[in-house]
Design a binder for this molecule. Structure first.
Ligand SMILES: Cc1ncc(C[n+]2csc(CCOP(=O)(O)OP(=O)(O)O)c2C)c(N)n1
Ligand SMILES: [Mg+2]
Length: 470
């Protein structure tokens, strides 16, 4: 993404003389973006834009800020000179081929594995090398996990998908090949109980950013290059006789998968009021199964973590969520952008707190008549709606919201369709109707306020009292 912004006059800002909206925007943007540039002369606009495009797209993609001070807008250049100053950016995201020795090293490690695992990250989805990635995964026969925004790169229902046996494969694998996935907090930094015994794994990592290697644990086989080139090189070097993973590993993974899927099934099918997260998500999972081209936007805590596990994705780059930053408030912006960019229907599954960070954008959704269906998982609060003020004072708990709020009324103020539902059947009917009609819709889905847990599924990151631990 390139953010282009006007800014106050340099002279006034730099002397801090108090301009209208005075702010040193370039300085603020610089530590937060991949690159930040300022254009002072009209003749440099072409170069400035070219630099922004290259910075945003080449290597690991990232956000770029382009600062245009007010004075620039009044400058003039001869039309012909202006046209000549523009730059056609040739090959902004050039292929970066991996070294053949690195390819061989990675395959040697992979071949030695008794319990191999592949983890696909959103870098793999961004790379748009879908066919090559699928071919690599299938040729290897190795079970795979897809990180949240990689979901759908291969269908979550693929026979090699180990999504339903996530804890088992993370704990028991001996060789893990990361494709465009980082070993950051989303993967517990490859440390701790969820990764089994310390030192029990070897990592192969494919990434376009050389500095990513060894970021958290040692990488025995780094493979640096763009994902498409790396995956193609691996495929070619694997030849036509790549051995299948050991049968005992595959049957252990499949057994755990089947067990977990069977355990989960009745929870997803319960059709009672009040809904809990699972029964409501069970309904939405069917909606996406029947509409695999729809875009799914997702934010919240329980609403996010549980939807990630329950709602299968079937196509690449159809799931947009809070990602690595875990920041609430991205939902409506994502939904609007996705609807405008793709013209496809969007289903935005929002925790009630998450929705509060960006909810006013329903006005934009209605103004542009966008095919966005927002489902607010209304559990009366952040994580749960049943918390009490721990001080015993008369104020409500900081995590509890107004009880039984009617979010559906908000969209009605702007001419959209509001629906209030209390059962999975009602939810499913309302979503299908919204997706068929393409009308801006907000569904207030009543969720049992006691159903969620604190911080959703990342309660392990909450600070623990040293006293309580004892
Ligand atoms: C900008 C921002 N502020 C605060 C947080 C902390 N936070 C994480 S999840 C969450 C909201 C969770 O509540 P809700 O969306 O209602 O989800 P629920 O668990 O109730 O389904 C908050 C405030 C954040 N991630 N980002
Ligand atoms: Mg909530």
């Amino acid at each position: 993404m390139i953010l282009i912004s006007g800014s106050s006059e340099r002279e006034v800002v730099d002397l801090q003389q108090g301009d209208y909206e005075e702010m040193d925007q370039l300085a603020i943007a610089r530590p937060l973006c991949k690159a930040a540039f300022r254009v002072l002369h009209a003749a440099d606009i072409g170069i400035g834009v070219a630099r922004a495009i290259r910075a945003a797209l080449s290597g690991r993609p990232g956000g770029v800020y382009l600062d245009l001070p007010a004075k620039l807008f009044s400058q003039v250049v001869e039309a012909e000179a202006g046209a000549r100053s523009l730059v056609k950016v040739i090959d902004p995201a050039p292929a970066q081929l991996p070294a053949p020795s690195a390819v061989k090293r990675a395959l040697d490690v992979l071949k030695s594995a008794k319990r191999p695992l592949i983890i696909l990250g959103k870098g793999a989805a961004y790379a748009q090398a879908d066919e090559a990635i699928r071919a690599l995964v299938e040729k290897s026969g190795i079970p795979f996990l897809q990180m949240s925004m990689a979901k759908g790169l291969l269908p979550d229902t693929h026979p090699q998908s180990a999504g339903a046996a996530r804890s088992t494969v993370l704990k028991d694998a001996d060789v893990v090949m990361l494709i465009g996935a980082r070993l950051n907090w989303l993967l517990s930094h490859a440390k701790g109980k969820s990764w089994g015994e310390s030192g029990s794994k070897k990592f192969i990592q494919i990434d376009i950013e050389p500095k990513e290697m060894d970021s958290n644990v040692a990488i025995v086989a780094p493979l640096v290059g763009d994902i498409g080139s790396c995956v193609s090189a691996l495929l070619e070097a694997m030849g036509s006789t790549w051995p299948a993973p050991p049968a005992d590993w595959m049957s252990a993974v499949n057994a755990r998968k089947e067990e977990n899927i069977a355990k989960m099934a009745p929870r997803l099918m319960k059709n009672t009021a009040p809904m809990d997260f699972h029964s409501a998500l069970g309904a939405l999972r069917t909606v996406i199964k029947e509409r695999p081209d729809a875009i799914l936007v997702n934010e919240g805590a329980n609403t996010l973590d549980l939807a990630r596990g329950v709602i299968d994705m079937y196509r690449p780059r159809k799931r947009l969520d809070v990602g690595t930053w875990g920041v609430m408030g991205v939902g409506m912006g994502f939904a609007i952008a996705a609807a405008v960019e793709t013209g496809k229907p969007v289903l935005a599954v929002e925790g009630d707190s998450a929705f509060g960070f960006c909810g006013m954008e329903v006005e934009t959704v209605c103004r542009y008549n966008l095919p966005v269906c927002i489902v607010v998982f209304n559990n009366n609060g952040i994580y749960r709606g049943t918390d009490l003020n721990p001080t015993g004072g008369s104020d409500p708990a900081t995590t509890a919201f107004v009880k039984d709020a009617r979010y559906d009324k908000i969209i009605e103020a702007f001419g959209g369709v509001g629906v209030h539902v209390t059962t999975p059947d009602e939810l499913s009917r309302a979503v299908n109707k919204a997706m068929d009609s393409g009308k801006p819709t907000l569904i207030n889905a009543v969720i049992d306020p006691a159903a969620g847990s604190e911080s959703g599924r990342i309660g392990n990151l909450n600070p623990q009292s040293v006293l309580r631990k004892k």
